[in-house]
Write a protein that binds this ligand. Structure first.
Ligand SMILES: Cc1cc2nc3c(=O)[nH]c(=O)nc-3n(C[C@H](O)[C@H](O)[C@H](O)COP(=O)(O)OP(=O)(O)OC[C@H]3O[C@@H](n4cnc5c(N)ncnc54)[C@H](O)[C@@H]3O)c2cc1C
Length: 296
């Protein structure tokens, strides 16, 4: 066994240099929560590492006029604790909070969760619902933008080229209310068997103007739940009962995984996940309304 080579660039220029000599046996490393498992499972011992965690621009959450920019190496703990994320993207805060254990969240990065492209990745339904974009750098220093939903192929695959790295994630600021919910096998370190993001644009009287809903772990990558979106649009959030959506939630799962044995379980799970997420949005709506009344 030869000892693995290790580079830890501190500037984009040196990162490009490392990317230029990156081969099939060289891995970009952020929190390493997925990478170490991959290296162990594949019994890879002779590999090289490009550690991207020392690039300060990849570790910031920044608010601009219309956008929030999240560095690829921002951890789940940092997302969970950020007032900017809580204010504009409540579902992302929620997804980060529910990912793995505290120890995992301290290491796991947003860029890693995206690049790893697992079918049960918790941040993906949220990033799809918000139509998040990635800033991607290649070895020549060229930067390109790509939507997260176009970059993810699922089941561990993405469209990044061998010499590319995710630098930043862009999210458009939004007044929509959103929530994330998941169901999995264990309570503390839970890989999702089903997860969902619901994002709703509401009027002051709680009528749903538009809905963006993505379900994860029912396909290679999150699916847009168009049947549920349609069923919700025009309804009042206040007093909404999930039972009234039950047929279309079950149809949505049937359409996504018609031949999978797990579809019966996932239909029930989807009802619970939808009820939980809608309940969280109702709580946010009530909080926002009482805040407005308090300022009058
Ligand atoms: C016990 C345990 C529990 C977990 N629970 C959950 C869970 O509940 N929900 C969930 O979604 N995930 C879970 N995960 C998976 C994991 O923690 C996340 O996917 C994490 O966000 C990956 O980030 P990382 O920084 O650790 O990535 P790394 O492991 O460093 O990298 C993962 C992959 O992405 C590549 N990569 C990393 N950063 C970049 C970048 N900027 N540009 C290009 N490629 C990059 C790496 O080369 C590697 O292939 C769990 C993992 C463990 C070990």
């Amino acid at each position: 066994m030869t000892s693995p080579n290790f580079t830890s660039p501190k500037s984009l220029k040196t990162l490009c240099k490392s990317l230029r000599i990156k081969d099939e046996n060289t891995f970009i490393a952020a929190g390493c929560t997925d990478l170490l498992i991959h290296l162990n499972q594949q019994r890879l011992y002779d590999y090289k590492i490009i550690d991207i965690t020392h690039l300060t621009e990849l570790k910031k959450i920044q608010e601009q006029n219309h956008t929030v920019t999240i560095g690829a190496c921002v951890t789940m703990t940092e997302l969970e604790n950020s007032p900017i994320i809580a204010r504009y993207f409540p579902a992302l805060k929620d997804a980060a909070y529910h990912l793995g254990s505290k120890q995992i969240r301290n290491l796991a990065t947003l860029g890693g969760n995206i690049a790893n492209a697992s079918q049960s990745a918790d941040t993906l339904p949220v990033l799809f619902a918000y139509e998040a974009e990635l800033e991607i750098l290649d070895s020549s220093g060229r930067i390109r933008l790509s939507k997260v939903m176009d970059t993810i192929e699922g089941l561990g695959k993405n469209t990044l080229k061998k010499d590319e790295v995710i630098l930043k994630i862009y999210l458009k600021k939004s007044a929509a209310l959103s929530a994330f919910s998941k169901i999995g096998a264990r309570s503390s370190v839970t890989i999702s068997k089903l997860n969902a993001c619901i994002k709703l644009d509401l009027t002051e009287s709680s009528t749903i103007l538009s809905a963006s809903i993505y379900l994860g772990a029912v396909g290679a990558k999150p699916i847009q739940a168009q049947l549920i979106e349609k069923a919700l649009t025009g309804r009042m959030l206040e007093g909404l009962r999930v039972d009234s959506l039950s047929p279309c939630i079950k149809d949505q799962i049937e359409n996504a995984i018609p031949t999978r044995a797990s579809k019966h379980y996932k239909k029930q799970a989807a009802l619970g996940v939808m009820e939980d997420a809608l309940g969280k949005i109702a709580a946010l709506y009530l909080g926002a309304s009482s805040e407005k009344e308090g300022t009058l």
